[in-house]
Design a protein around this ligand. Structure first.
Ligand code: HEM
Length: 189
């Protein structure tokens, strides 16, 4: 057993952590949309706001082990540069879009239990939350494709492009659903 093999193992553990975070985010978003009382909102918004405790350490493990593998074996490769770029983009989306909105939701959840007031309902159905989640899931999948296939520059860029296009397509469906719900005068379920 080599140190490099341990680094690959820890790197994959970091990737598992990242995708566990993505799955938990999708679960909390779905439950927030389905919630009918403020009591149902509280635990899911707490989970959504606390996801950085899963994403952060996973990202750090990915980065530390990834840099070690690059330094000891791989050197400069397009698929590695794109992974770094993708990770930065994922972090920006997470902090700027999801984190801020989760904190804003937390602040307006009434202390007492009861039906969900319309301003809170509007924030729970905010399509930006789903857009951020879909784009990050797609970026993560694109990175895993590049990490496993290790294509040349054009292929690596193409893979990230396809991933982003898929993420954007899923997000577009959410925006259309949200617009439709608004014009029908109901919240997206
Ligand atoms: C979201 C971020 C990332 C994810 C999900 C991810 C995931 C993975 C996975 C699953 C593998 C195993 C592939 C295989 O064994 O066939 C891998 C390999 C690798 N990753 Fe990443 N990775 C990420 C970011 C990074 C970063 C930022 C770097 C470099 C700084 C990096 C460097 C590497 C290297 C060099 C390998 C090749 C290991 C080998 O085959 O010997 N990764 N990655």
């Amino acid at each position: 057993m080599t140190l490099y093999a341990i680094a690959v193992f820890l790197h994959v553990v970091g990737a598992l952590g990242l995708f566990a975070g993505i799955a938990l985010e999708q679960t909390s978003l779905a439950n927030l949309r389905l919630a009918t009382t403020t009591a149902q909102v509280r635990p899911w918004v707490a989970l959504l706001g606390g996801l950085r405790r899963v994403d952060g350490p996973s990202g750090l493990v990915l980065l530390a082990t990834g840099l070690y593998m690059v330094a000891t074996r791989w050197g400069h490769q397009a698929w590695i540069g794109l992974a770094l770029l993708g990770m930065v983009l994922m972090a920006v989306l997470s902090v700027a879009l999801t984190g801020r909105r989760a904190n804003a939701i937390k602040k307006i959840v009434p202390a007492e239990d009861g039906p969900i007031p319309p301003p809170l309902r509007a924030r729970l159905s905010d399509p930006v939350l789903q857009t951020s989640a879909s784009l990050r899931a797609a970026l993560g999948l694109g990175i895993v494709f590049n990490m496993t296939v290790k294509p040349a520059t054009a292929g690596a860029i193409g893979a990230m492009g396809v991933a982003l296009a898929l993420g954007a397509a899923v997000a577009a469906v959410w925006w259309m659903g949200s617009r439709q719900a608004q014009s029908d005068g109901i919240a997206v379920a």
